[in-house]
Design a protein around this ligand. Sequence first.
Ligand SMILES: NC(=O)c1ccc[n+]([C@@H]2O[C@H](COP(=O)([O-])OP(=O)(O)OC[C@H]3O[C@@H](n4cnc5c(N)ncnc54)[C@H](OP(=O)(O)O)[C@@H]3O)[C@@H](O)[C@H]2O)c1
Length: 306
Amino acid sequence: MAMVGPFITFNNGVKFPQFGLGTWQSTKEECQTAIRAALDAGYRHFDSAFAYGNEADIGEVINEYIKAGKIEREDVFITTKLWSTFHDKVEEGFKKSLDNLNLGYIDLFLCHNPMAFEDTGSSGLFPTKADGSPAIKNIPIETSWADMEKLVATGKCKSIGVSNYGPKQIERLVQKAKIKPVTNQVECHAYFPQDELYTVCKKHKITLTSYATLASPGRPAYIVDDKHPILLQDPVIKKLAEKYKKSAGQILLRQMVQRGILVIPKSVNPKRIKENSEIFDFELSPADVKQIESLNKSLQLFKVER
Ligand SMILES: NC(=O)c1ccc[n+]([C@@H]2O[C@H](COP(=O)([O-])OP(=O)(O)OC[C@H]3O[C@@H](n4cnc5c(N)ncnc54)[C@H](OP(=O)(O)O)[C@@H]3O)[C@@H](O)[C@H]2O)c1
């Protein structure tokens, strides 16, 4: 099966598939079924994170496909992310992800968030202090980035990048960085197109990776507001879906791809996994792209602390 979509060339010369699979929020079984369905459909880029708890599950299926001779290690591109309790122990955080994945090296390692947390021993991903307040730790982004840069020299990490960084943080980081991030993975969809951030990243030859391209209909209840419109049901998107004989999801993904942005739609449903990949056989006209651009509501669904 040929790879879905084109490669994008990062600022370090590495070629990386523009299209990939998101894997947040699934059980082991769902995740492994999704990886198999995606590999069979031609996906070669997989987005994980230490915080998703699924690195080992993903690595297991990829190793299964390598052993069966269906793919080689070099055919697949794995992104994973340093969790915020590891900003002052980057090497340790990286080693955990490397061991979990068990794939020899990591293609792309992202600093998951700009803010750091103190590991207070409280349970869950977001540590709290004794008084219940968030255990935010003051570690400058430049300090953890310098440790991220050291990973590249080990040969076990092909590219490094960031996630959830705003325009000011990108400007600040590139001032001191010896190695520029290759990408910034952020919430980006038709209701929140990130135009300013995209321009800043482009200026520094940093690609943008869109998460929640479909506006994350399955996001956790604590970030769902019933007053928010549902992007997949937007009348403009539905009309375009009829016009192009595609689904609403395919229209949203196609528009992002036409912007030159990397996309990682998540699905654990084999039918939707295939459907989401079928976006490279049509092109939205400039007038229709304008219609989608006009939907911008500056509606950020994921509140990111900076
Ligand atoms: N860096 C970060 O902080 C961060 C934050 C959030 C997400 N991410 C990454 O980005 C990925 C994508 O973001 P996301 O998962 O939040 O949102 P998303 O890709 O916008 O949406 C995924 C949701 O949409 C459903 N879906 C998938 N394809 C569909 C289609 N064609 N039509 C209708 N519904 C469809 C999925 O359900 P089914 O599974 O049932 O198909 C799932 O509930 C994540 O999985 C993760 O890898 C990163």
